[in-house]
Design a binder for this molecule. Structure first.
Ligand SMILES: O=C(O)CCC(=O)C(=O)O
Ligand SMILES: [Fe+2]
Length: 204
């Protein structure tokens, strides 16, 4: 599906409205089933080749691996790594431009990684901004899991201020976007492997 299709225009409209009103947005079927499958296969192949590493906590010299805080394995995306990741980066680039046009967010760049949570892995409640770095403005997560059921666990739990918490299942092709500084969230443990692409739209 091309980003300029009527469906994508409509999806982007509700993304913009949700972000402006609530500071977060959840969209089913953001990616095509074909691209979702291709990205999941790419993520698994990269993991099998040893290209995903245990994710760290903190930044620079303070960065450490602490599986009691987060247990996922990640690989940062770069242009030219594979066809599906290049297609994905193009879609995300168009979303970045759209967010800037509609919400004047001044987002200048995107950073994005594959994330693989083995069964039982989780990410404790956190906010996506480092205490000494306010470059991350909008967070996004796109899930790559087929046939996910509630009993598999693995929800993303959001804690919107003054509202009850919300659990979002990591259903393949769906997108969650939120303002990075404003929304505490956590990843609950799952009974099966949980795949996603996580990224941040940034100001320099
Ligand atoms: O995978 C998710 O649902 C969220 C991941 C997350 O919070 C992060 O990587 O900062
Ligand atoms: Fe996060």
């Amino acid at each position: 599906m091309s980003i300029s299709s009527p469906l994508m225009q409509q999806i982007n409209h509700s993304i913009i409205d949700d972000l402006a009103e609530h500071g977060w947005s959840h969209q089913r079927d953001f990616l095509s089933p074909e691209l979702t499958l291709a990205l999941a296969a790419q993520c698994r192949a990269n993991a099998a080749a040893g290209n995903l590493i245990a994710a760290g906590v903190g930044r620079g010299t303070e960065r450490t691996v602490q599986q009691g805080i987060r247990g996922d394995h990640i690989q940062w995306l770069e242009a030219g790594q594979s066809d599906p990741t290049d297609q994905f980066l193009q879609i995300i680039e168009q979303l970045r431009c759209r967010l800037n046009q509609e919400l004047y967010l001044g987002l200048e760049e995107v950073e994005c990684h594959f994330a693989l949570y083995p069964p039982g892995a989780f990410y404790q409640k956190h906010v996506d901004r480092f205490h000494d770095d306010d470059h991350r403005v909008v967070s996004m997560v796109i899930y790559l899991n087929q046939d996910w059921l509630p009993e598999h666990g693995g929800a993303l739990r959001l804690y919107p201020e003054g509202e009850p918490e919300r659990d979002i299942l990591p259903l393949g092709a769906s997108l969650v976007l939120f303002l990075s500084a404003a929304l505490p969230h956590e990843v609950l443990a799952a009974t099966r492997e949980r795949l996603s692409l996580t990224g941040w739209f940034r100001r320099r």
